[in-house]
Ligand binder design. Structure first.
Ligand SMILES: Cc1cc2nc3c(=O)[nH]c(=O)nc-3n(C[C@H](O)[C@H](O)[C@H](O)COP(=O)(O)O)c2cc1C
Length: 228
């Protein structure tokens, strides 16, 4: 009888150990599976900064050089802020926002009046921008984002373009509007003020303000389709 009991106990013990081993394996394969999509996602977004990820993204992205990328933008009511974040995420570039030192009023009419006066009188607002001339010199490609203001560039972006040396750089504009879908005078203005740059006006991205919130895919696809 003792032998039978001891045989049954041994069998139970062996079965328990075998079950534990299976559970552990399941856990391992689950954790491996959950990690994989994460790293794929960061590679697809081009946000990985370690050399391994960068090497992997090379075949998926259309980046043709290893030059540094800057994404610089101005935004009053938030549309360019959204677009610029998508562009920076898709390119892996550095994101810099330009603001006027004296902030524009929250009221639309007041901002419109001030912007009109600045344009009519050729007033260059002083700007806040976290970018030294030395830092700027390191960028080869500049994604340049702005809203159309009075059929032109906001004057703060005139100040920006005239504050740095653009020679030899490639500038790729993207903008938002409420009717001036071809940018009106803004694109020729970028070419005029970014002296010495190759401004790719034909490739500029234009999105109506009211459509920006639903245009993340459009913005990301635009970036992917550029050879830069
Ligand atoms: C002062 C001012 C002037 C504007 N002038 C124009 C214009 O001439 N043509 C146009 O299509 N949209 C014009 N707009 C609309 C903006 O370009 C549009 O709302 C844009 O999406 C705003 O971008 P943001 O949210 O990044 O500021 C103007 C907006 C403001 C505030």
């Amino acid at each position: 009888m003792k032998k039978i009991v001891s045989l049954i106990l041994t069998a139970v013990l062996l079965l328990t150990l075998a079950a534990c081993g299976t559970a552990q394996n399941d856990e391992q394969s689950t954790s491996t599976n959950t990690k994989a999509p994460e790293s794929t996602a960061s590679t697809a977004n081009g946000t990985g900064t370690d050399p391994e990820n960068t090497a992997e993204t090379g075949s998926e992205q259309t980046v043709s050089g290893d030059g540094k990328i800057l994404v610089v933008y101005f935004s009053w009511s938030g549309n360019l802020d959204k677009m610029a974040h998508w562009v920076a995420d898709e390119t892996g570039g550095d994101l810099v926002r330009v603001t006027a030192k004296e902030a524009y009023p929250e009221n639309y009419n007041d901002t419109a009046d001030r912007a009109k006066k600045e344009k009519d009188d050729g007033l260059y607002p002083e700007i806040n921008v976290d970018l030294t001339k030395e830092q700027m010199a390191q960028y080869d490609t500049v994604f340049f984002g702005f809203p159309v203001w009075w059929y032109d560039l906001p004057m703060s972006m005139w100040t920006f373009l005239e504050s740095y040396d653009f020679s030899g750089k490639t500038v790729i504009p993207f903008f938002s509007h409420e009717g001036s879908s071809n940018g009106a005078g803004a694109l020729p203005r970028v070419t005029e003020l970014a002296k010495g740059a190759n401004v790719r006006t034909d490739d500029a991205l234009s999105i109506r303000g009211g459509s920006v919130a639903s245009s993340e895919r459009t913005v990301r696809d635009w970036v992917k389709g550029l050879n830069y």
